[in-house]
Design a protein around this ligand. Structure first.
Ligand code: HMG
Length: 401
């Protein structure tokens, strides 16, 4: 089968961060409940002049600025988001215009909570192999802003960010293995009715749904012909959808239990969490839940920091979208990936953010969605300029790399 996988990757997260310790103090919650209980330290906050179009456009602009891919190489643009800006007009067509993508470019928005972008990557792997691609690449954009009610327990699991993932038949970063495991089941664990900006969630139930979906996806991975080798020995890293870092710990414990049961060994002796999972949770600790982009932020962190040392090594990846649909798959880091991955710039973006006070964060959170916001110069390649004549207006800025 033609190899297929991730050819290039860029991420963008807003230039504002809120310390969750500050938020915990303001909400009269013990800070250690958030720092230890959830494993979360900070969350990225989108200002009123950023939305999923500007976040996605800024991630793609970084991709183009890296020289990783040219717009004319793209034949399909799939945007996974659960924070769409219009019921009919897709985020992708805003990106298509803002970024100068070619007219012969299939452009579609995909929705299934946090799973939407992984669905896009998987659909793209089939498309790039087919004759219709005519040798072109697919661009998948994951872009989201996680918002819950101010003052709710879920408020600590917000975040914002976007990832731009290029899929091709000559991947320079990660080869995706053909066997993948999928699981879908209708559950009401997390949802956002059409008239609401903030999501609703049955928090504790959502954790159970996530883990049950991991069980189902792992079972299907075996049916699909996934390698029989011990995943924990074979893989150099296990990356999970990370709404908050403790969720990745729970997911890994579940995967360890599966492998122990399958291979007839004692799960309690396992010590792989610190080695296979923790090193790639740093961004999630500081950005929070980026919904569709969450798994790709973990991958960006891994590639930026360790692609050289992991060349030829396998990775396990798990994507979960509430509602629910999930996928477990594996990939192999391509030799030479470190050169391209050095340009991802995630650590630099995190270091350059401004820390908000709780009052500033609340002012951002309560700003009306359609006002014409004044910015303070801290934005990505594109800013939201407000709504004129019922139409959303975006303004290009100088590209930050
Ligand atoms: P909560 O009620 O704030 O917290 O809800 P809790 O009481 O469950 O405590 C959390 C942890 O802190 C527990 O650890 C406590 O023991 C511990 P655990 O037992 O789970 O290991 N704890 C403490 N630790 C140290 N010192 C203390 C202390 N007190 C308690 N003093 C919840 C937490 C995550 C449910 C809430 O924040 C929430 O509803 N978040 C949103 C939902 C969510 O993130 N779900 C994740 C799975 S579903 C998913 O990932 C999909 C999603 O991304 C959306 C999509 O797909 O579109 C959300």
């Amino acid at each position: 089968m033609t190899p297929v996988g991730i050819d290039a990757l860029a991420v963008y997260t807003p230039g504002y961060t809120l310390s969750l310790e500050d938020l915990a103090i303001a909400r009269d919650v013990p800070p250690e409940k958030i720092r230890i209980g959830l494993g979360a330290h900070e969350m990225a906050v989108a200002p009123p002049w950023e939305d999923t179009v500007t976040l996605g456009a800024s991630a793609v602009a970084r991709l183009f600025a890296q020289g990783a891919v040219r717009p004319d190489e793209i034949g399909m643009l799939l945007v996974g988001t659960e924070t769409a800006v219009d019921h009919a007009r897709p985020v992708g067509i805003f990106l298509h215009e803002l970024l100068g993508l070619p007219p012969a470019c299939r452009t579609v928005e995909l929705k299934h909570a946090c799973y939407g972008a992984t669905a896009g990557v998987m659909l793209a792997t089939d498309w790039v192999r087919g004759a219709g691609a005519r040798g072109r690449k697919a661009l998948v954009v994951a872009t989201d802003i996680a918002r819950y009610d101010v003052g709710s327990s879920a408020e600590f699991t917000q975040g914002a960010g976007a990832a731009a993932v290029v899929v091709s038949t000559a991947p320079r970063l990660v080869d995706i293995e053909p066997a993948t495991g999928v699981y879908a089941r209708g559950v009401y664990d997390f949802w956002r009715p059409l008239d609401r900006r903030e999501a609703l969630v049955d928090g504790k139930f959502s954790l159970d749904c996530y883990l049950e979906a991991l069980d189902g996806a792992l079972a299907d991975y075996r049916v699909a012909g996934g390698s029989d080798a011990d995943l924990l020995a074979r893989c150099a890293a296990c990356l999970y959808h990370t709404p908050f870092p403790k969720m990745a710990a729970k997911a890994h414990a579940r995967l360890v239990a599966h492998e122990a049961a399958r291979l007839g060994r004692d799960a309690t002796a396992d010590d792989t969490y610190g080695r296979l999972v923790v090193p790639w949770l740093g961004a999630a600790r500081k950005v929070g839940n980026t919904y569709t982009a969450s798994l790709w932020f973990c991958l960006a962190q891994l590639l930026e920091r360790a692609a050289g040392g992991l060349a030829g090594r396998d990775l396990a990846l798990f994507s979960y979208g509430s509602g629910c649909c999930a996928e477990f798959f594996t990939g192999r880091v391509v030799a030479g990936a470190a050169t391209l991955a050095a340009g991802i710039g995630l650590d630099a973006q995190l270091a350059a953010r401004r820390r908000l006070t709780v009052a500033e964060y609340e002012a951002f959170a309560r700003a009306p969605a359609s006002q014409s916001p004044t910015d303070d110069g801290r934005a990505g390649a594109v800013r939201f300029g407000g709504v004129r004549d019922g139409r959303r207006v975006y303004e290009r800025r100088a590209v930050s790399s």
